[in-house]
Design a protein. Structure first.
Lengths: 262, 271
C-alpha cells in the first residue's frame, strides 16, 4: 500500500468506532432488552411510570436551571467588568478566574464543604440551597470564560455608533452589547446546565445525597442492573442531544471545556 | 452616579475573587494546624504534610493519578493528531462524519460515557477492570476528541504549499510530514496535550465506572475520603489541596511572565 496522508486517520477512526460508537450501540441494545436478552419496552415504560425516577428528573432539572441562572447572573457582570474595564494585563486577570478549573474539583468541593459546614452546621438541612451553591462554585469558571471571550471580541465601533445615534450608555448596553454577547451566554449555559444535571458527585460529597439524575445510573450500576441503567443513560443522552441541538448557536464553541488553555 | 458605578465595579470584582478563592485559602491556612474542622483554633503544625508525604497509600494514589493522566494524554495526543491529519486530507464526506463522531464524547455526559464503556468492555466483552484497559480507554475517549479539536484549526491555517514544496525538493511523504507539517501544527498538539492532562486529572465519573477496585485517582479517593470518618486522611487532603493550589499558582505566574516578556520583545521589534 502506497503511503498517503489520508491513511493517517485510520487508527483514530478505528478507535472512535470501538470506544465511542460501539458503546452506544451496546447501550441501545441493553436499554431495549431485559435480563435474558429479549426485546422489551419495560425499561422505557418503567422510567416514566416510576414516581421516584420522574421526581429525580424534575428535581435535577430544577437544580440545573437555578444553578445556570445564578451562574449567568454572577458571571455576566464579572465578564463585562473584565472585558470592558481599563485593566492592564487582562489575560493575566482572566487567568485568575479560570485557574480554579485546574485544581481538582473534589478538593475544591472539600474546601467548600468545610466552609459551609462551619456556616450552616448540617448541610442536609438545606439540600436545594447547598446543591445550587456547590454546583455554582464548581461550574462558575465555565460560564465566565465564554462570556468574557464574546464581549471582549465585540466591535467597539458599534458602541460608538450607538452613542452617535443618541443612545445613552444603558440603551447601548441593552440594544448592542447584550444581544451581541448572547452566543457567549448560550455556550456558557450549555457548559453549565448539562453537567449540573448529570454531575451527582457534588451533592454526594456535600451531604451524601443521591437524588439527582446521574446518580440513578450509579445506583443501577451498583445493583448490576445494566438494562435499567442503560435506559437512564440513553434518556440522559437524549436530553443532552436535544439541548445541544436547541442551543447550538454556531462558531464551534465546543472547546470551552478547556478553553482556558488556548 | 458615575462615582457609584466606578465603586461597584471593583467591589463586585473583589467579591467574586473571594467567593472563588476563600474556601481554598481557608483550607490552606487550616492545613498548617492540628484542627480537624474549620473554626477550631489550634496551634501550628506540619503533621498534615508529613502524613501526605509519608503515607504509602496517598503516594500510590497521587503517582497513579499522574501516570494515568500523562499516559492517557500521550496516547490521546498521538491518536487525536493522526485523526485530525487524516480527516483533514480525507474526502469531505468522511471528514464531516469523523467530526460528528468526534463531537459525541465532547457533548456527552461523562456519566454516560463511563457507564456505556463499562457495559461494553466489562459486561459484554468480559475484560477485567484490573487490566486497566477500560480505565485507560475511557480516559483516552475523554481526551482524544479535544486534541483533535485543538489540532484541526492549526492544520487549516497551515500553508498547503509547504508540503508540496517539500515533496518537490525530494522529501518522501513521511519526511515531509515529520519535518514540515508536524512542526507547523506543534502549538496545537502541545495545547491539546496540556488540555488532555487536565481533563484526565479532573475526571471522576469515567474513573469510577472503569477503574480497578484497588486503584484510586485523586478524585475517586477524595470523594470516598469525604464520606469516611478518618480525620488524619481528611486533613492530609487539605495539605494536598494546598500543594496543588501552590503548583497551579506557580504555573500560571510562569506562563504570565513568559507572555509579558514575549509582548515586550514584540514591542521592541516594532520600534
Amino acid at each position: 500500500m502506497r503511503f498517503s496522508r489520508k491513511y493517517l486517520g485510520i487508527p483514530y477512526y478505528i478507535f472512535l468506532g470501538l470506544f465511542v460508537i460501539a458503546p452506544l450501540v451496546v447501550l441501545f441494545y441493553y436499554a431495549f432488552t431485559n435480563g435474558s436478552g429479549q426485546f422489551t419496552l419495560m425499561n422505557f415504560a418503567g422510567f416514566f411510570t416510576n414516581p421516584n425516577t420522574l421526581g429525580t428528573l424534575l428535581y435535577s432539572f430544577a437544580i440545573a436551571a437555578v444553578t445556570t441562572v445564578v451562574c449567568v447572573l454572577l458571571a455576566y457582570p464579572l465578564a463585562y467588568i473584565l472585558a470592558t474595564g481599563r485593566l492592564r494585563r487582562k489575560s493575566g486577570i482572566i487567568m485568575i478566574f479560570v485557574m480554579p478549573m485546574w485544581i481538582n474539583f473534589s478538593l475544591r468541593i472539600t474546601a467548600l464543604k468545610e466552609v459551609l459546614t462551619f456556616l450552616e452546621g448540617n448541610l442536609a438541612m438545606y439540600p436545594f440551597l447547598n446543591a445550587v451553591v456547590g454546583m455554582t462554585y464548581d461550574f462558575l469558571p465555565f460560564m465566565i470564560l465564554p462570556i468574557y471571550t464574546t464581549i471582549s471580541r465585540l466591535d467597539r465601533s458599534l458602541l460608538e455608533a450607538a452613542a452617535d445615534l443618541g443612545a445613552n450608555e444603558r440603551e447601548a448596553f441593552l440594544k448592542v452589547t447584550l444581544p451581541l454577547s448572547m452566543p457567549g451566554v448560550m455556550s456558557g449555559v450549555s457548559m453549565v446546565f448539562l453537567p449540573a444535571m448529570t454531575n451527582y458527585v457534588v451533592l454526594d460529597m456535600l451531604y451524601n445525597s443521591t437524588y439527582i439524575m446521574g446518580s440513578l445510573i450509579g445506583s443501577y450500576f451498583s445493583a448490576y442492573n445494566w438494562n435499567g441503567g442503560s435506559m437512564i443513560a440513553l434518556i440522559l443522552l437524549g436530553i443532552i442531544c436535544l439541548f445541544t441541538y436547541l442551543s447550538d448557536s454556531d462558531e464551534g464553541q465546543n472547546n470551552t471545556r478547556g478553553g482556558a488553555l488556548l | 452616579m458615575n462615582k457609584r458605578i466606578s465603586l461597584w465595579r471593583p467591589l463586585f470584582f473583589v467579591l467574586m475573587l473571594l467567593v472563588l478563592y476563600l474556601p481554598i485559602l481557608i483550607l490552606a491556612v487550616y492545613s498548617f494546624t492540628d484542627a480537624t474542622t474549620i473554626g477550631a483554633i489550634r496551634g501550628f503544625s506540619l503533621h498534615n504534610y508529613v502524613t501526605l508525604f509519608t503515607t504509602p497509600e496517598l503516594q500510590t494514589m497521587i503517582l497513579g493519578t499522574l501516570a494515568l493522566a500523562f499516559g492517557a494524554a500521550a496516547i490521546a495526543t498521538v491518536l487525536g493528531t493522526l485523526g485530525a491529519l487524516g480527516a483533514f486530507y480525507a474526502r469531505p464526506r468522511i471528514r464531516s462524519a469523523v467530526q460528528t463522531v468526534n463531537q459525541i464524547p465532547v457533548i456527552n455526559a461523562d456519566v454516560v460515557t463511563g457507564f456505556s464503556l463499562c457495559v461494553l468492555l466489562v459486561v459484554v466483552l468480559g475484560i477485567s477492570k484490573d487490566t486497566f484497559i477500560p480505565l485507560v480507554a475511557g480516559h483516552v475517549v475523554l481526551c482524544a476528541p479535544f486534541v483533535f479539536l485543538n489540532v484541526m484549526p492549526r492544520i487549516r491555517q497551515m500553508d498547503p504549499a509547504m508540503y508540496e514544496a517539500a515533496l518537490d525538493l525530494g522529501a518522501t511523504p513521511r519526511k515531509a510530514l515529520s519535518q514540515v507539517v508536524i512542526p507547523q501544527i506543534m502549538p496545537g498538539i502541545v495545547s491539546g496535550f496540556g488540555l488532555a492532562v487536565t481533563l484526565s486529572l479532573d475526571d471522576y465519573f469515567i474513573a469510577t465506572y472503569t477503574k480497578p477496585a484497588t486503584f484510586n485517582t485523586i478524585s475517586t479517593y477524595v470523594v470516598n475520603a469525604t464520606k469516611g470518618s478518618q480525620t488524619t486522611i481528611k486533613t492530609a487532603l487539605w495539605a494536598l489541596s494546598t500543594v496543588i493550589f501552590a503548583i497551579v499558582i506557580l504555573f500560571v505566574a510562569a506562563m504570565n511572565y513568559r507572555a509579558s516578556r514575549q509582548e515586550k520583545r514584540r514591542e521592541k521589534e516594532d520600534v
